[in-house]
Design a protein around this ligand. Structure first.
Ligand code: FE
Ligand code: FE
Ligand code: ZN
Length: 277
């Protein structure tokens, strides 16, 4: 069965997210480790975290896919912004051990005209600083649309980051369908070809999670504007192939579409149906 959920607010704590997920037919979810725009992180209640673990076990949840704040930029041209990214990630990874064996996804960063190579080196540098050999979390680089100076638009860029990370067995990739499509990979007409290319360049064993979003723009637009499932340029037929593909179907799928909770519930139902035929 498909493992699928959506982004949920963490404002009421861990167990509340588990219960909300179950109420819409989800069996995983995503949450921001701290305010997506700012930096402050709430203290974790260990009992609440343990209650979520119990809930996930009794409801057969798949792996959680936490999301770092999208303001973190590991390859900023400003030293203080890079230091902030480093400190926030290190702190997040300590906190992630309250929800052990989860995924922690982040946007590699924007090189702000310093060049992709410099960006890749700075991102790997942060990862080499914050990854710990005893952590249970796998850190995921998100595939990016290539808006502005985003690093991670091509599979080659993701591979070159991972290559430079010493504890690379703690690293994986989260495949965002809107981003990959906007970056110019034709997942609508040639999903097999795109995944073969991913395998050749990064390795399918690195592929750990999928952000499942339709796109408001055509393939290659480099825009990154998410659309609800079926209403965009990717379309429901392509999503049927995506959720059924042998390289993807056992991964956790996370919806980041512009939707409310009831809408997510309908998208989950739709995609579960699409996966079973
Ligand atoms: Fe993201
Ligand atoms: Fe995403
Ligand atoms: Zn996006």
């Amino acid at each position: 069965m498909l493992t699928i959920g959506c982004h949920l607010s963490s404002s009421k704590g861990f167990l509340a997210m588990g219960k909300t997920a179950s109420s819409i037919g989800a069996d995983t979810f995503a949450f921001f480790t701290r305010n997506p725009r700012g930096g402050a992180a709430k203290a974790i209640d260990p009992e609440d975290a343990a209650n979520l673990q119990a809930w996930m076990e009794s409801h057969a949840f798949g792996t959680l896919v936490a999301h770092a704040p999208y303001t973190l930029n590991c390859c900023s041209d400003k030293q203080h912004a890079r230091s902030f990214a480093r400190e926030a990630m290190a702190d997040d990874l300590r906190r992630m051990e309250f929800t052990p064996h989860s995924y922690y996804n982040f946007h590699p960063g924007s090189h702000v005209k310093q060049g992709v190579e410099a960006g890749v080196a700075m991102i790997a540098d942060v990862l080499n600083d914050v990854l710990a050999p005893d952590q249970t979390t796998t850190v995921l680089l998100e595939t990016m649309a290539g808006k502005g100076t985003e690093v991670g638009r091509s599979f080659e860029e993701l591979a070159s980051i991972i290559e430079r990370v010493e504890l690379s067995d703690r690293m994986g990739v989260c495949f965002d369908t809107c981003h990959v499509h906007d970056a110019g990979y034709d997942i609508v007409n040639d999903l097999d070809g795109v995944l073969e290319e991913f395998d050749r360049v990064v390795g399918l064993d690195r592929l750990k999670a999928v952000h499942i979003n339709d796109s408001k723009n055509p393939c290659g637009a480099r825009k990154d504007r998410h659309e609800t499932i079926g209403a965009g340029f990717i379309g429901i037929e392509a999503f049927g192939r995506i959720v059924s593909h042998p390289a993807l179907r056992d991964l956790p799928f996370i919806l980041e579409t512009p939707n409310d909770l009831a809408g997510y519930g309908r998208e989950i139902e739709l995609l579960r149906e699409a996966a079973s035929c």
